[in-house]
Design a binder for this molecule. Structure first.
Ligand SMILES: Cc1cc2nc3c(=O)[nH]c(=O)nc-3n(C[C@H](O)[C@H](O)[C@H](O)COP(=O)(O)OP(=O)(O)OC[C@H]3O[C@@H](n4cnc5c(N)ncnc54)[C@H](O)[C@@H]3O)c2cc1C
Length: 386
């Protein structure tokens, strides 16, 4: 019997891990992909869907067609040693790669879950329909969260629906992970698009028609929630150590347990600076590719390597015609050097296209996904492998 690798999750990480594992295993390992959704949602384009209504999902069946990946459409309810309990029955495995991702945190403040649209796969379609209705009567949209997701949503909707009065509310400075210059550029771009920005304004509650904030109420007709981050809870009951946002801590090979690797937004990997690698597509895909390489090496007696990642920078879209490219220094800190405007918007579009192209390349065996390698990373307290 050949060993069995199961990959959980049909986001960027899960698909890349499964396709790559099947390609490099060349029949020596059986690869099963199990996912609660039978679609890959292009999450990096969710703000575009919110502004245009254009769908951003692709059938998993098409993405694994012609490969040795077996797809099981089922939610995984429990990860036990060597087996998964799923809606479709028990799946036994020799190795599993957990790529269950995360989402904005709707439990960050009371009322968000009831009264706000999360920037997430299944809520963005209805947000588009509501935003159009509200824009038609010149109504107000409050976007909560001043990180990349909140800024992209606010700018995209303000540009696409000029009737909408958009207000962006951020607990701290907007875009804290970027340079001062990038933040200044973002503020002026948002102003040009007519977006009112309230920084250092913590939301304490969401009611049906207003945000309660430390600086007083902010009225709205529609609220989009882009604040906070929580990993999906699948591994929460396993007793595995996790970061404050629920991501499971992985070691230098991306193991959380000897039989379990975790990749993408579900994984917390320590950085040299003492924090965790940021959740994002740019880290999810390298982790997924590395987890696939590790799992296949372990199951076939190959060489196992430590995960290495260098941050090439960030691309932020500010509507369809503007954006920011943020470059990083050798220690993965943002440089003051940025590229803006149409060039940045053009590059961002290519980066989004590349995520799908990279999956197709693994599917069709054109090339293997590659990424920028970085400095050696520190060990974490929860290291489980020698
Ligand atoms: C508007 C927006 C813009 C973004 N832009 C960027 C960007 O420019 N650059 C960047 O780097 N990142 C960006 N991101 C973040 C990026 O989209 C995520 O980091 C990326 O999607 C993570 O991929 P993932 O595969 O780990 O998780 P996900 O894409 O969230 O996939 C998780 C998968 O797991 C499945 N799943 C969950 N629980 C279970 C279960 N119990 N059983 C079975 N299946 C399960 C889900 O159905 C889903 O298919 C953006 C995000 C948003 C929302």
């Amino acid at each position: 019997m050949i060993p069995h690798l199961v990959v959980i999750g049909t986001g960027y990480a899960g698909l890349l891990a499964a396709l790559r594992a099947a390609r490099i295993a060349r029949g020596r390992v059986a690869v099963t992909l199990v996912g609660a959704s039978d679609q890959l949602v292009e999450r990096v384009r969710l703000h575009e869907q919110a502004a245009t209504g254009r769908g951003v999902a692709h059938p998993v069946a098409e993405l694994v067609a012609g490969t040795a990946v077996r797809f099981v459409h089922a939610r995984v309810n429990e990860v036990a040693p060597g087996r998964l309990l799923t809606d479709a029955g028990v799946l036994e495995f020799d190795r599993a790669i957990v790529c269950t991702g995360g989402s904005v945190d709707l439990d960050l403040v009371p009322g968000a879950r009831q009264h706000a649209f999360a920037i997430d796969g299944d809520r963005v379609g209805p947000l588009f329909a509501e935003a159009r209705r509200v824009a038609a009567r010149g109504g107000r949209l409050a976007v909560c969260g001043g990180g990349l997701t909140g800024v992209e949503i606010a700018s995209e909707l303000a540009e696409a629906l000029p009737g909408l009065q958009v207000e962006l509310v951020s607990a701290g400075e907007i875009m804290p992970a970027l340079s001062r210059k990038a933040r200044e550029y973002t503020r002026s771009a948002l102003k040009r698009l007519g977006v009112a920005v309230r920084e250092h304004t913590r939301v304490t509650m969401v009611a049906a028609d207003r945000l309660e904030t430390e600086a007083g109420p902010v009225g709205f007709d529609l609220c989009a929630w882009a604040a906070g981050f929580r990993a999906m809870p699948l591994l929460a009951g396993t007793g595995l150590p996790s970061a404050a946002d629920g991501r499971v801590i992985v070691d230098r090979y991306l193991h959380a347990r000897p039989d379990l690797l975790v990749a993408g937004d579900a994984a917390a990997r320590a950085t040299a600076g003492g924090g965790w690698l940021a959740a994002g597509c740019k880290t999810a895909m390298p982790m997924a590719a590395h987890a696939a390489d590790t799992a296949i090496a372990e199951l076939t007696g190959g060489e196992v390597r430590e995960f290495s990642f260098g941050d090439g920078g960030s691309c932020v879209s500010l509507g369809r015609r503007d954006g920011i490219l943020q470059f990083m220094d050798a220690a993965d800190r943002p440089r003051e050097r940025i590229v803006t405007g149409r060039v940045a918007a053009w590059v961002k579009e290519r980066v989004c296209r590349y995520t799908l192209l990279a999956l197709r390349a693994e599917q069709r065996g054109w090339w293997g996904y590659r990424w920028l390698k970085g400095q050696p990373q520190p060990l974490v307290a929860a290291e489980v492998m020698p």
